[in-house]
Ligand binder design. Sequence first.
Ligand code: DGY
Length: 348
Amino acid sequence: MGQPRGRGAPDQESGSMKPKVLVTRKVFPEVLERLGAHFELEVNDTERPWTADELLARVQDKAGIYLTPTNRVDAAVLDAGPGLKVVANMAVGFNNIDVAACTARGVLCTNTPDVLTETTADFGFALLLAAARRLTESERFLRAGQWRNWSFDMMMGREVHGSTLAILGMGRIGQAIARRGAWGFGMQVIYHNRSRLPADTEAALKATHVSKEALLRQADHLMIVLPYSAETHHAVGAAELALMKRSATLTNIARGGVVDDAALAGALRERRIAAAALDVFEGEPQVHPALLDLPNAVLTPHIASATVQTRRAMAQLAADNLIAGLGCGPQAGRPPTPLNPQVLAQGG
Ligand code: DGY
């Protein structure tokens, strides 16, 4: 365990009383203004993310990073930034941070839970509906001038209401999806999660816990909401896809890498499952080329939380965390959503 890094101390070397903070991508001007009241900011105001090397070069004299999912903070970044005290991620997912390495060095990490739950669940449902009802495929067909006549089997999709919604991962977003399925669409909700929900929560969600194999076999619509980690890498690959019904759909709003995209493309091409909707991809913004030509794949660029209200709320919460984490503002020392609160307890 490394020494805790004191938070909130002025930067003596540069003479500035304001701690220096890196902002890895542009965010709302009012958020930058808020941050600027407390910190000396270095903002990436280009249209592209900084490379890993650019981040390393810029972190050396910084006390905090306002981090977006486009950049990763790992041991190399922590080594390059010996004065780093807080890494505030503007995302709920934090697979772009090596939290263990941060904790070992006394660096506080934060994320943005709760504020995006309902919005992300809305989008998950939009994707599920789009895949099941062939929405984007139908639109492309119409725009291409291919709609010449009515026919009984034109763009027939799969039923959503009354079908079985299978949720892999049952955190906040999984539960918000379950509510929509059970209460909005009269679906039977089954789920698989490492830890089972309390009985009263299951009853409120009308959700039944099943094994992963049963989940895959019974799914009419599989919704993937698992956080990414070494354990969940390719949690759905060729073997799992082979268990699914040919009529089933798969939606991934979790993280690229939880699904084996190459295996999924194969299953979609051979119609071993009916359709998929993906908002996240392995190695994004690159998309596996085999997915791009498939009519039964709905593809969106990681926008599940992208509404004006939610992105503002995420941006402000990340700012709250950074400001409080660096010992400033009314919540000094009490960041609202720490990932490694033990670092605070160390008295940094
Ligand atoms: C999150 O918050 O983890 C989202 O995926 C980022 O937009």
